[in-house]
Design a protein around this ligand. Sequence first.
Ligand code: ZN
Length: 222
Amino acid sequence: MRRPVGRAAGAVVDTLVLHYTELPLEESLAILTDATRPLRVSAHYVVAEDGALYRLVPEERIAWHAGRSWWRGREALNATSIGIEIVNLHGDRHDYPAPQVAVLIELCRDILARHPAIVPRNVVGHSDIAPRRKVDPGLRFPWQALAKAGIGLWPKPGAEPVTGNIQRALQRYGYPPPGDVAGEDIVKAFQRHFRPDREDGVADAETRALLADLLDQVGAEA
Ligand SMILES: [Zn+2]
């Protein structure tokens, strides 16, 4: 079993990972706090549907929420990330209630203020850092509302589409390279976050234009 452990000396928290629980609140809390499970899962926070906030693991400790993961050339992101589990049975089918989103936004703002290394593009969904394996927080997750509140990025339409190798462009933004996972699934992960109305894995002109705008937005980012 794996208890929450301290972060390595010098580890800087620079990534915020958002999840949905797939289970109701009580079951989620039971699993996320059960230290006897052989495959331990945990998270720093749980946000219930009514907006109740549960703090499970202190931010200075590692929680086990990301699993096999990759972002901007780094793997195993638990060591440097904070994980929030948001109660929702399936974020492709169930909306996130307004009271829950309001509390989530406040929580994310607090976290970003405490950890300035979490730059906007490092606010990610589990599906961004583990394409195909994970689909949370789902197509109905309000990424645009969060971006409007200063949490993460949202692309403006109408940019000149990126040309050439779509995978290279996705990697420049942060996505993992194809390998265990097909290139089409990486495109789907991008669409799942930034173009949720059509998640077909096709790097069409709109997908390329949205990616171009995001790359432009992060151009100045260190
Ligand atoms: Zn997850």
